[in-house]
Design a protein around this ligand. Structure first.
Ligand SMILES: [Mn+2]
Length: 289
C-alpha cells in the first residue's frame, strides 16, 4: 500500500507527544483509535476505521473556510488501544483504563472506532450524570439485547442510557423497532428523524444551542446517506447530507464538550468517501473548538 502521509499513524494537525505540557491550562484533545468490530453483524470491517480516518485527515487544510479560522487547538494522537478481538469485556476494560488516564490529565477524548459499543466504554470512564449525550445515527440502538447479547452494537445506546446521562438527544434516525421508539418516548429521549432534519435543520440546531452543561457527541457515520458514507456496517437510505452534518457539528462551538467519538467507518480502501466524510466530521469538530 502507498501512504502519502508524513505519519499515517497520527491524525493530521496533531502535535508531537513530547510537546504535551500538562502544567499549562490550554484546552487539549486526545485522539484514541479503537479498532474493534467483534459484535458487528451485517458488514464487518470497522476495525479499519482508525487507520482509514487518520489517513483521510491529511486531505484537510488548517484554515477552515466556513468558520473563517484556523484549526489551532492542541491535538495529541496517542495511537490505538490494544483491543482483544472477539472479547468485548476485556476490550472495554482497556478502553476505560485509557480514557480514565486522559481524564486524569484533563485531556478531552476524541475516539475513532470501531463499532458503536466503543462509545459505551468511553462514557463508562467519564462521569456522565450531568452530561447530555448527543447521538447521530440512522439507528436508535436502543434494543435491550441483540441476538442474546446485551453488549452489542445494536444495544449501544441502551447501555449508555443505563449509565444515566442527564439527557439523550438522537439525530438523523430512520430505522428502529417499534419497542425502541416506545422506549425512547417513555424515557424522555429526544429524537429527530432524518426527515425532520431535512424539513427544519434550524429547529434541531436550536435544541443543540440551548443545551447547558457538558455534552458528549457520538457520531455513527451511517447517519449520512449511503451516497456519502457507503462503507458502514448497516447502511440505511434517506440519510443526512454533509452540509447538514457540518452545520450540526458547528453547533458545538463554545460548548463544554466532554468527549467526541466517530464510529462504524468500515472503509475498505484509503481515500474512500466514507473515511473522508468521517474524518471531515472530526476536522469540523476540532476546528470549532
Ligand atoms: Mn447506526
Amino acid at each position: 500500500m502507498l501512504f502519502y502521509t508524513q505519519n499515517s499513524l497520527k491524525f493530521a494537525f496533531s502535535k508531537e507527544l513530547d510537546e504535551l505540557d500538562l502544567s499549562d491550562n490550554s484546552k487539549k484533545f486526545g485522539i484514541i483509535g479503537v479498532p474493534f468490530d467483534s459484535t458487528s453483524t451485517y458488514r464487518t470491517g470497522s476495525r479499519s476505521g482508525p487507520t482509514a480516518v487518520r489517513e483521510a485527515s491529511y486531505n484537510f487544510e488548517r484554515y477552515n473556510m466556513v468558520l473563517d479560522k484556523n484549526l489551532d487547538v492542541n491535538i495529541f494522537d496517542f495511537g490505538n488501544v490494544e483491543v482483544i478481538h472477539g472479547n468485548f469485556e476485556k476490550t472495554s476494560e482497556k478502553i476505560e483504563f485509557t480514557i480514565s488516564e486522559l481524564r486524569q490529565m484533563n485531556i478531552t477524548p476524541v475516539v475513532i472506532g470501531g463499532e458503536h459499543t466503543v462509545s459505551y466504554s468511553v462514557l463508562k470512564a467519564l462521569d456522565v450524570e450531568n452530561t447530555t449525550f448527543i447521538h447521530f445515527d440512522a439507528h436508535m440502538d436502543l434494543r435491550d439485547e441483540y441476538m442474546g447479547e446485551r453488549y452489542s452494537h445494536a444495544a449501544a445506546v441502551r447501555r449508555i442510557f443505563d449509565l444515566n446521562p442527564e439527557k439523550i438527544i438522537q439525530i438523523g434516525l430512520r430505522s428502529c423497532l417499534e419497542n425502541e421508539l416506545l422506549f425512547a418516548r417513555e424515557n424522555q429521549i429526544t429524537f429527530f428523524t432524518s426527515y425532520e432534519v431535512n424539513e427544519d435543520l434550524e429547529k434541531v440546531k436550536k435544541v443543540l444551542n440551548n443545551i447547558n452543561g457538558p455534552v458528549y457527541v457520538s457520531l455513527d457515520i451511517d447517519v449520512l446517506d449511503p451516497a456519502y458514507a457507503p462503507n458502514v456496517s448497516t447502511p440505511s437510505p434517506c440519510g443526512l447530507d454533509p452540509f447538514q452534518l457540518e452545520s450540526l457539528i458547528h453547533s458545538f462551538k463554545g460548548k463544554n464538550v466532554a468527549g467526541f467519538d466517530l464510529v462504524e467507518v468500515s472503509s475498505t480502501g484509503f481515500g474512500d468517501i466514507t473515511s473522508i466524510n468521517g474524518s471531515k466530521a472530526i476536522y469540523d469538530f476540532l476546528s470549532c473548538q
